[in-house]
Design a binder for this molecule. Structure first.
Ligand SMILES: NC(=O)c1ccc[n+]([C@@H]2O[C@H](COP(=O)([O-])OP(=O)(O)OC[C@H]3O[C@@H](n4cnc5c(N)ncnc54)[C@H](O)[C@@H]3O)[C@@H](O)[C@H]2O)c1
Length: 372
């Protein structure tokens, strides 16, 4: 029996291309693993009304962790139009499988390293090395949303908050509401993860990013909680900043920051900005990490126009696999993989289109495999 069982979730479009590429690399690394294919993605929404079928969840429960490619998702109306006519009008609603995975397996921590590998022509500046911890299960992406707003919900809010009055004139049908529910426990958890990481890897500071001057309750809870957690780590400098200003400062002074921590939506925005500083979607990987399970992914989508063309950059997926090896405790393999990726980037002989080259996804895989 193999040492690890890994759920293999290519998903849609270029998800398949990059997963084929990482398989070449993992085989070259001789990772002792069994890979179990799971159905996930748009095809399963259209055919079954569920982009993440229950059988996939069951399969994942029998594995140590998952590697995920990418999925296609579309707005509500388009999703309904593409649903099998036999299923329409039967209460099926599209729900993003990756968001559901995060909630189903309580993958509360989204880890997004953003490192400028020397020689990458897409680096904004050489030497950038940031790690973002994004809370992954609540906040603006917690999924508690309404349209139309149910009368009872409106009335309760109206009773408890004077600012609801101005919305009355619009009518319940014409209003949508997304909530930003945050708990002290999960704020503390994500901040503590940031500090623990800083301590373990000797990083220079932790910055917590929110908007407590406007989002006084949710942002305020994050800030107060963060300050409390920070006291447990007196040796690590702690800063707090506002998301809008932080976006400017990150471009201006990327070297002033190191570990950054944020709520779900702000963390999403911040990590895409940081990813672009170090090469963009072809280099952006993430770990969705819970207490007992984790899902690793490149953060790009299914890029439909390139699907099956073996054109996109698989390095984001390789870096996701590196995070997976770290999480599994295969530190030697993780280091070998990162060094091989860095060597190929530095050498500059093999480059996909985004890096200004003409090599294919699989040629990049062969080049990295050869350096292991
Ligand atoms: N985690 C996910 O699976 C995820 C994330 C984002 C978008 N999506 C979905 O993917 C679909 C397409 O969305 P999109 O076009 O806005 O975003 P995308 O990330 O799929 O691609 C946008 C563009 O970025 C470039 N790109 C993406 N990945 C690349 C790579 N590995 N190497 C080089 N270039 C790369 C391509 O030019 C591509 O056209 C949509 O259905 C969207 O909902 C899924």
């Amino acid at each position: 029996m193999a040492k690890y069982r890994i759920a293999w979730l290519p998903g849609d479009g270029v998800g398949n291309d990059v997963m084929e590429a990482i398989k070449i690399v993992l085989d070259a690394l001789k990772l002792d693993a069994e890979y179990l294919h799971g159905d996930i993605g748009w095809e399963f929404w259209c055919k079954e009304g569920n982009a993440l079928p229950d059988r996939t969840i069951e399969l994942m429960k029998k594995t140590d962790c998952a590697l995920f490619g990418a999925i296609t998702s579309k707005p509500k109306e388009e999703a309904q139009e593409e649903l099998d006519p036999k299923l329409r009008g039967k209460g099926y609603d599209y729900f993003s499988p990756i968001v559901r995975l995060r909630q189903e397996f309580n993958l509360h921590t989204n880890l997004r390293p953003c490192k400028a590998y020397p020689g990458n022509p897409l680096n904004f500046k050489e030497g950038i090395d940031l790690v973002i911890f994004r809370e992954n299960t609540e906040g603006m992406y917690g999924g508690v949303e309404f349209h139309p707003i149910p009368e009872e919900v409106f009335n309760v809010l109206d009773k408890h908050h004077p600012k609801m009055k101005k919305f009355k004139k619009f009518g319940l049908e014409n209003m949508a509401m997304s909530t930003r529910l945050m708990s002290r426990q999960m704020c503390a958890n994500i901040v503590r993860q940031g500090f623990e990481y800083a301590k373990k890897y000797n990083r220079k500071s932790v910055t917590v990013v929110d908007k407590p001057n406007v989002l006084r309750e949710t942002g305020g809870l994050m800030l107060r909680t963060a300050r409390q957690v920070a006291r447990e780590y007196p040796g690590i400098p702690f800063y707090d900043t506002n998301i809008d200003a932080q976006c400017m400062w990150l471009l201006k002074n990327p070297f002033d920051y190191d570990v950054m921590v944020a709520e779900n939506m702000f963390g999403d925005i911040l990590s895409d900005l940081a990813a672009q500083l170090v090469g963009g979607l072809g280099f952006a990987s993430a770990g969705n990490i819970g207490d007992n399970y984790a899902v690793f992914e490149p953060t790009h989508g299914s890029a439909p126009k390139y699907a099956g063309m073996y054109k996109v950059n698989p390095i984001a997926t390789f870096l996701a696999a590196k995070l997976m090896l770290d999480w599994l405790g295969e530190l030697d393999m993780a280091n070998r993989l990162e060094n091989a990726i860095a060597a190929v980037i530095q050498e500059g002989k093999v480059r996909t289109y985004d890096m200004g080259g003409k090599n294919t996804t699989l040629e990049m895989a062969e080049a990295v495999a050869a350096k292991l």
